[in-house]
Design a protein around this ligand. Sequence first.
Ligand code: BGC
Length: 739
Amino acid sequence: MTKRLWDITELYFDPKRQHHYETLFTIGSGYLGTRGAFEESYPGDTPATLIHGIYNHIPGALVPELVNAPNWLPINVTVDGTPFQVILNVDKADFMTPPNGLALGYSRSLHMDTGLLQREVLFRAASGNIVRLTFSRFASLHDQHVMAQRLTVTAVDGSPAITISAGIDTHVTNAGARHWSADRQIKASGSRCAVQVTTEPSGYTVGMAAALISDYPTHGITEGLRASMTISFTLQQEESRIIDKLTAIYTSRDVINPLETAEAKLEEAAVIGYQMLFDAHCHEWEKYWTTADIRIDGDEEIQRAVRFTTYHILIPTPRYDERASVGAKTLSGLGYKGHVFWDTELFLVPPLILSQPHLARNLLMYRYHNLHGARNKAKANGYQGAMFPWESTDTGEETTPQWSDPQPDGTRIRIWTGDSEQHISTDITYAILKYWRWTNDREFLLKHGAEIVLDTAAFWGSRVEYNAEQNRYEVSQQIGPDEYHENIDNSVFVNRMAQWHLQTALDLLEWLRANAPADADRLTTALDLTPKRLTHWRDVIAKMYIPFDREQGIHIQFPGFFEMEYIPVPKYHPRTRSVQEIIGHARTIQSQVIKQADVVMMMALLGEDLSVPAGLDVRQVMINNWNTYFPRTDHGSSLSPAMHAWVAARLHLNDEAYEMLHHAAHIDLQDNKGNVRDGIHAAACGGVWQAIIFGFCGLHIDANGELALDPHLPAHWREVNFNVYYRGEQRTFSVKNSV
Ligand code: BGC
């Protein structure tokens, strides 16, 4: 496998795509993420550093958001007095000596094997002298409080006078929203500078300290909201200089004195130096890739794309923090305001369970620590147990906005997901069960996981409604995965998953009684799992309404679905917009157009355990479901294509499976939804990994508790190799194509 399959490279700079690349080229350490904005900035750029857990709710704003931290990237260079910028085009008259300089060459690569972002620019100053500038940066995976930058300046033509000014800028906002109070510490002296800022009103403090490391006298200065350090020197033709900038960061979530701790950490890092920091960082990346990398022989395009999606699963996931989780847009953009959705548990957690189980555990612990918020939500809505918020932040309370941002006509749209998208509690339970089955982490299950599974089951026990006339249980006013259809009754996804949830909870309780009786007793008392309540659960399981059309042999997404307007989605191919955008919101919600995998999602999660009426062949029902719902699906959500790829592979629909995988794997790289500027589509990244491992390779735990494969690889793939953890042991798989 050639090395270049580890790189994503931008060969020329197109200002129209700068926000797209800022997102793609985000670096991260599981503690923070920093978008790939230029060190020297560029007009209209959107630099952002997002740190886990640092949320703030500005009075008057609808909801809290993850706060853009001070910018640690700035490195400004002047060459013979010309400020370096990526200037691409100049007036013909100025071509030889453009007054603002000219970029003669440009390339930028994200090296995914080492999490290193590198840019090389050949720059001609107004004086005519030419320099090569190579910028490198990484956020240390070995020490999450350290970030490092290196600038190599080479005189290619002439003997230029170079000035470098590097620092930290606290003049940052979230697209205009100001989160940092006016009370800031900003200081600089010699080759060191530092800042400390505090969010208002949430009161989180961030301290950052930076050093500029060179052989030259360095002057520290503060200017307005920025602290910086400056050096000057002259290069002889062909001479090179390496200048390093190191930055350390702490927040009040870590320590009581973030600024002092960052300053001390900086001195430690300065002694170690860039190269050794980088070596230690690479060592950690190597460990990540040993179990996270999927090696595909026969498809270079997918190989690179899958490394890219896997990279973006790894960089935002907290390594040492159980009280933070990964938002729908990771730490790579302001989209969805850093809020955590079901995307985490059903899309990101499974790849981590198999590749980095300790990271999966951290994410599940976030839910455990926020059980209080789920209990508050259940209570506030008149239910029992724990009902997790659809969108969650640092408090664990529901933070879904009730209204959208103003539309072009000034009106706002009511957002119902926080009220009605209740399947998230089951999604969390599903992830816990998966974690338990694959890791055997008994301690987690007994101390934390079981409580979540049982208390969210208690929620469903109180949430279902008994229809005496039909002698069945129903669930009204729901939003299933298909968010185009809001506040519907009896979503088959919701009803079947709730039934599965209750059964899982009963099985777990029985297992606890046999294997950990003290914990079973403790939880029975604490969660009030009375015999009456458990009998009720059994009754719900037996009588849950699962909408099904016997004649067609299909699940019904929800009663009434097929009575709405039928719109053949494939008729709109090829398209760059969603069908919803093409036909309009009002018509979409009255039609059979489905936003994303819904019944198909249920098939991905439950496989053949679908609850199909006796006498029917489950595989046939699955095919029928696919034939019914796939042509109606818009893929208006990035969560959709990977789930379709997974299910299609299981159903041996090879062409559809590959088409959907290709789509999912390129959502961010090709920006085929047009919104990558807002951040990476985390769920799509996790979905791609699962589609390959669970779908194409068919990795599963068999009836004897052994790992087994059932591969259906695309015809042109020769081989897929990967490692996973199973019950504490690393296992290696090599799947050869038999086609
Ligand atoms: C999808 C949801 C998803 C959310 C955040 C929405 O567009 O429909 O399923 O949780 O985006 O990614």
